[in-house]
Structures are given as structure tokens and as C-alpha cells.
Write a protein that binds this ligand. Structure first.
Ligand code: 5GP
Ligand code: MG
Length: 178
């Protein structure tokens, strides 16, 4: 059991299980995109750890461009997505094979808005991968191509995910204790 701020969290998905799953996802992406020089687009901040591992197991030429979106404040979704300083142009995206990397899909709102926005920039293809998905909470109609783990509707931290700034450096994923 660990404590971050006022909350307690229990071990949920081990470092080893994550590694095995991320490797498999990277192999799938390699099979699909090895010769397409994909542009990985991790959504900051949460996806930075997942994206780093995923990319390093992708076998082929690839690039990365981080994007910052945010819909969470504290423990609950704030219900709005802020597009802060995305700075993407059609020039940059048109014809490219994008791999959008998300840490966790909850309502799906973050990805829904971002994918709509990306489609206007006419990418060559658009692949979406999320490490975690909360199936009960997917309210928005989004297409997720690959998912690491389907989890219950509980608040989790670790492997890039935070609780008010803390917990991103945990190597496993931990679930909030009620
Ligand atoms: P959505 O827009 O799908 O409702 O929310 C997705 C975003 O909310 C994720 O990118 C992530 O930043 C945040 N989020 C959703 N669920 C959790 C959770 O259980 N723990 C943490 N730390 N962040 C979450
Ligand atoms: Mg996120």
C-alpha cells in the first residue's frame, strides 16, 4: 500500500505484466507500420512513460511529437478539454501515419475531440492506442484500435499517471482504496 497526498493506493498491475503487454502492443504496431515511418503522438503528461516504452519496442523508423491536452483536475474529469498550444499544422500531418498514444481512456472525451481535430489535418492513417480503458465510462463514440488493459471504473496512478502531480514515477499501476 502506498500513500499520495491524502489517498491510499494498492498494487494493481505489476511492472512485469505491463512490460509483457507493452511489448505485444509494440509488435502489433511494428507489423502494421514498420515501413511507414509513423509519427507517434503521445498525449501529455500521462502517456509519456507508456509512449517511451512503446516506441523503444517499435522496430522501424519512427518519429515522435508530444501533444498536451487536459480534461482532468484532481480525481474527477473537469468535463472540458483544453487544447493548449497544440501547434500542429496540415503541413506537418497530411499524409503521415499517426499513432496517438493515450495513457487511459475514461469518458473518451479527450480522444474524441483530439481525433476530430486531427482528421481535419488529413493524416495518411490514424491509429489509436491506450494503455488502459475504463469500459463502463466510455461515453463518447471513439475508435480505439489497441488497448493494453480494460480496467474497472476506479482511479489509478503510476506508470505515467498521477494524482495531483504525484505517482507518475511508480513502475507499476496502483488503484485507489475506498
Ligand atoms: P477522458 O477524457 O477519457 O474522460 O479522460 C482521459 C484522461 O483523464 C486521461 O488522459 C487521464 O489523463 C485522465 N484520467 C482518466 N482516468 C484516470 C485515472 O484513473 N487516473 C488518472 N491519474 N488519470 C485519469
Ligand atoms: Mg492523459
Amino acid at each position: 500500500m502506498i500513500q499520495l497526498h491524502d489517498l491510499h493506493f494498492a498494487p494493481f498491475i505489476s511492472e512485469r505484466r505491463i512490460r509483457t503487454r507493452v511489448l505485444a502492443l509494440a509488435q502489433t504496431l511494428t507489423a502494421q507500420l514498420a515501413d511507414k515511418k509513423p509519427l507517434f503522438m503521445p498525449i501529455l503528461n500521462g502517456a509519456f512513460v507508456f509512449a517511451a516504452d512503446l516506441m523503444r519496442h517499435f522496430e522501424g523508423a519512427c518519429e515522435v511529437r508530444f501533444v498536451r491536452l487536459q480534461s482532468y483536475v484532481g480525481e474527477k474529469s473537469s468535463g472540458e478539454v483544453r487544447f493548449a498550444d497544440i501547434g500542429l499544422s496540415k503541413e506537418m500531418i497530411a499524409g503521415r501515419h499517426l499513432v496517438v498514444v493515450e495513457d487511459i481512456v475514461d469518458s473518451g472525451q479527450t480522444l474524441h475531440f483530439f481525433l476530430d481535430y486531427l482528421r481535419q489535418l488529413e493524416p495518411g492513417s490514424l491509429t489509436t492506442v491506450a494503455l488502459l480503458r475504463k469500459p463502463s465510462a466510455v461515453k463518447f463514440d471513439i475508435s480505439l484500435d489497441f488497448v493494453g488493459f480494460d480496467i474497472a471504473d476506479k482511479f489509478v496512478v503510476g506508470y505515467g499517471l498521477d494524482y495531483d502531480g504525484l505517482g507518475r514515477n511508480l513502475r507499476g499501476i496502483f488503484m485507489k482504496n475506498d
